[in-house]
Design a protein around this ligand. Structure first.
Ligand code: SF4
Length: 119
């Protein structure tokens, strides 16, 4: 059985599911490198050296953001010269083009602004 101790460290038998408590311990106390290693072990046990990818699109409707998080280099004031907001027609065009290119996964992430009208 795979175990995570109180520090979040995992034992070496990776194919069994971990419990919610073990997952929480790993999230809180575990090392990112250990989590990455575990994910890689599981991937290799299921798929050997093969890796699979999804063609995805990140649609960022706007970079105008009222939150102005310190860690973020993406946000702009609405009057900044490089601020943008994608219209619905533009979004449709982007999505149709993505579909034609075989994109099968869509992420929509962007700035937070009342100007989007999505409250
Ligand atoms: S775009 Fe996201 S991360 Fe950046 S300032 Fe806005 S809420 Fe924060």
């Amino acid at each position: 059985m795979t175990r995570a101790d109180k520090s979040g460290r995992l034992s070496a038998r990776p194919l069994e599911r971990i419990s919610h408590e073990q997952a929480l311990a790993l999230l809180i106390n575990g090392e990112t490198a250990e989590l990455m290693e575990r994910a890689d072990q599981i991937r290799r046990q299921f798929h050997g050296r093969n890796a699979y990818f999804v063609h995805s699109l990140n649609l960022n409707p706007t970079n105008i953001c009222e939150n102005r998080c310190d860690l973020c280099a993406f946000w702009r004031e609405d009057n900044d010269s490089d601020a943008y907001m994608v219209t619905l027609d533009q979004a449709r065009q982007i999505l149709h083009r993505a579909k034609d290119l075989g994109i099968t996964e869509l992420h929509i992430v962007g700035g937070v602004t009342a100007k989007l009208g999505m409250e």
